[in-house]
Design a protein around this ligand. Structure first.
Ligand code: DGJ
Length: 730
């Protein structure tokens, strides 16, 4: 997987279908040569020289020569303050206040397997995986700084995981002011960047922009990876489609402030970078300290965007997710939020559980409002003990009654927050993020606890441990409903204040690691006002994520289509809610809502007690159907077929790993007059086989289905949807 050519000091990192090549230029600087479709062979420095010759007059060949310039060299991890004017990958501030650095190559090492990134979530290798890690060492002797660049080659997944480590052995403190996870300069060029953006209720919408001269950048400065942007992008050429062409994906395994940018220089050489956002970051290094950046995953596909998504889905599900739930089917749940908001008590929940049990629902989730004196969003975050008025027998008594009906019980928490009206805040007003003597802005009447502090993290661990060991709780919804403002910490000294945002993430990851390891049987669901922190970092700890608080079925098509670019259906929870919908007040048929949620991790978010017998019978039939196709839905291969961002329609399919079964869904949200004929073209069927649609008993030949398309059973009106369940016959 990793080969080294001593003659030109070049490295060839190869996965099943992709290659990544770089070399050490003049024994000093790692220069990027290639990342894309698999190539065979080793020596590639000639490709650099060909491009470089254009600048002969500007260049002197030796790095120590005064006329030497890095400006035109495609680099792997460029320093600030050299003759390269493009954005640097790292920057320091030394004891004199100077910021320049010139770290040069001192050696390499190849390790079998993949070391973890200390304190941070990262992908891992199983013992029989084909994984090797290359470590490139750079040294700035003047600064007494060594930089290790890690490249783990995850062959099976066509992914290279990169991160950097800074080790310091100087006497005076050195400050890291920027430390990105990866950088590379690609002279071959991509044309467009696809990003996932939006806001609450409109998460992960797909936007494509051309990469012109200058910087194309996405970022978050909100303390979470955010609704607004995601630490992910796909880079494509003009002719790339869902099904063909080159697609490169970059994702950061991190849940806090990030920057992701593509800087096209005057020759259209594109510098790609991702990492912690430098605007809200600095880190003090004392003698003997080291600092690890988060991990960046670089995935490549020559099979278009679906190929890229399938690689990301596979690596996230198999080598990022962990624990007992990793390969287990997720239960169908009923969440109380849209069923009753804060207005519930023991009896109401047991009544709901009763109706849920009759419908075949497997898990009852008690959402916000069970603790302290919380009857609305104004109080009690931080006081994680039951409200005895609502739950006279506590969660224990509730779990007993819910379990007696054959359902599991789940509970909502928002552990990172504190309400000013809470016992916790009255006892520890300095435990929230704040700057003494300045305003503490509230947002949904709450403040953010300072997770850069060990005592605060320990308190959260203790509170969660108490509640989770007090009753048979088998699911936790972990919410986060405000962003970080007035960023300051009562404990951090002046020269470490810039560490707050990253220390918050380290604290959060420690809490998550401890709690999820301590309660391995619990299914943990990630939520942040819907999808404000739906990123790979969180998926190291959480088995699923609430993609959006918008449960309107038509809106969900775009949200789920966009989210699927990066995340597998297994991770995306999707709830059938009431009609009219609570966010948009749009009515929709139950069958349409079912078709929208079924291809994902399906659940319910409505008051079953308000439904009539016919609707309850329909839900029971849905649950039964879902249970029969659940393994295929949750662990199959997902492909997008028709984009709701391009048409008044949406379609996707899920195929079993052996290709013998394929589920297909088509949606047409709005009726339209005299439209063109509609055909759905499934992909990856066996062209020589015949398939039987289990829902209609109709037969279709594989190549014909793919080439002639499937026709829809046309019905006029809004909210049209249709499903196929093809099973291979021969
Ligand atoms: C925001 C979440 O996204 C909702 O699902 C719900 O849990 C509320 N918070 C509760 O306050």
């Amino acid at each position: 997987m990793i080969t080294y050519c001593a003659k030109e000091q070049s490295f060839h990192l190869s996965t099943k279908n992709a290659s990544y090549l770089f070399a050490i230029y003049k024994n000093a600087y790692p220069v990027h040569l290639y990342w894309g479709k698999r190539v065979y062979g080793q020596e590639a420095l000639w490709s650099l020289e060909a491009a470089y010759r254009r600048f002969e007059r500007l260049l002197s060949p030796e790095p120590d020569d005064d006329e030497f310039t890095l400006e035109y060299l495609p680099q792997e991890y460029p320093a600030y303050g050299t003759s390269d004017f493009r954005p640097s990958a790292y920057q320091v501030r030394d004891a004199n206040g100077d910021r320049i650095s010139d770290a040069r190559y001192i050696g390499y090492e190849i390790i079998e397997g993949k070391p973890p990134v200390p304190g941070l979530p990262s992908c891992y290798a199983e013992t029989d995986d084909d994984v090797q890690t290359l470590v490139i060492r750079l040294r700035d002797e003047r600064l007494k700084l060594t930089i290790c660049l890690y490249y783990s080659v995850m062959s099976e997944y066509d992914v290279i995981a990169r991160h950097a480590e800074f080790c310091y052995d100087g006497a005076e403190p050195l400050y890291l002011e920027n430390a990105l996870s990866m950088s590379l300069d690609n002279q071959r060029g991509y044309h467009e960047m696809i990003q996932l953006c939006g806001t609450a209720l409109r998460e992960k919408h797909i936007e494509k922009r051309p990469l012109g001269n200058g910087i194309t950048q996405i970022e978050s400065l909100r303390g979470v990876s955010s609704h607004q942007q995601s630490p992910f992008c796909a880079l494509v050429n003009r002719n790339t489609t869902e099904h063909s062409g080159d697609a490169w994906g970059i994702s950061l395994v991190y849940s806090g402030n990030f920057i992701l940018r593509a800087d096209a220089d005057m020759y259209k050489s594109i510098r790609l970078q991702v990492g912690i956002h430098p605007d809200t970051f600095s880190w003090k290094l004392s003698q003997g300290d080291s600092f690890h950046t988060p991990e960046a995953l670089l995935a490549y596909s020559s099979d278009g965007l679906n190929g890229l998504s399938q690689r990301l889905h596979a690596i996230y599900m198999q080598r990022l997710a962990r624990g007992l739930w990793k390969n287990k089917e997720r239960p169908i749940l009923l969440n109380t939020w849209e069923a009753c908001y804060f207005d519930f008590d023991h009896n109401r929940i047991v009544e709901l559980a009763h109706a849920a049990q009759k419908a075949g629902i497997e898990l009852l989730v008690m959402d916000d409002g069970w603790f302290g004196h919380r009857d609305n969003a104004a109080s009690s975050l931080g006081d994680w003990y039951e409200n005895r008025r609502k739950l006279p027998r506590g969660i224990k008594g509730l779990a007993e009654d819910v379990n007696a009906l054959g359902l599991k019980l789940g509970v909502w928490f928002e552990p990172e927050m504190v309400s000013p009206d809470s016992d916790l805040y009255r006892a520890h007003p300095d435990w929230c993020i704040h700057v003494e003597g300045t305003k503490r802005s509230t947002w949904r009447n709450q403040l953010v606890l300072d997770l850069s502090r060990a005592d605060v993290c320990n308190y959260i661990i203790e509170q969660l441990t108490n509640v989770l060991s007090s009753a048979n709780i088998e699911y936790v919804k972990w919410d986060n409903n405000r962003r970080i403002t007035q960023a300051g910490s009562a404990l951090l000294p002046a020269d470490r204040k810039g560490e707050l945002f990253h220390r918050y993430m380290l604290g959060l990851y420690r809490v998550l690691e401890t709690v999820t390891q301590r309660f391995p049987h619990v299914l943990f669901e990630n939520c942040a006002s819907g999808g404000a922190r739906f990123d790979p970092g969180m998926m190291h700890y959480f088995s699923q994520t609430w993609a959006s608080d918008n449960t309107d079925a038509i809106s969900r098509l775009k949200i789920q289509y966009g989210t699927s670019l990066q995340m597998p259906p297994l991770f995306i929870t999707s709830h059938i809610s009431a009609s009219p919908n609570h966010q948009l007040e749009r009515p929709s048929p139950l069958a349409f809502r079912e078709h929208v949620c079924m291809p994902f991790n399906m659940g319910y978010e409505l008051n079953l007690l308000a439904l009539d017998d016919q609707e309850l019978a329909q839900i029971a039939a849905q649950c039964d159907h879902y249970r029969r196709i659940r393994r295929l839905v949750q662990f199959g291969v997902f492909s997008r077929l028709t984009s709701p961002f391009e048409e008044n329609a949406c379609a996707w399919q899920i195929a079993s790993n052996d290709g013998t079964e394929v589920l297909i869904w088509y949606y047409k949200p709005y009726a339209a007059p005299e439209e063109a004929y509609i055909r759905i073209y499934p992909v990856d069927l066996d062209p020589y086989a015949s398939y039987m649609d289990q829902l209609t008993g109709k037969r279709v030949q594989g190549s014909m289905a793919m080439q002639l398309g499937l026709t829809i059973d046309w019905v006029n009106g809004d909210h049209f949807s249709q499903m196929w369940h093809l099973k291979k016959e021969s």
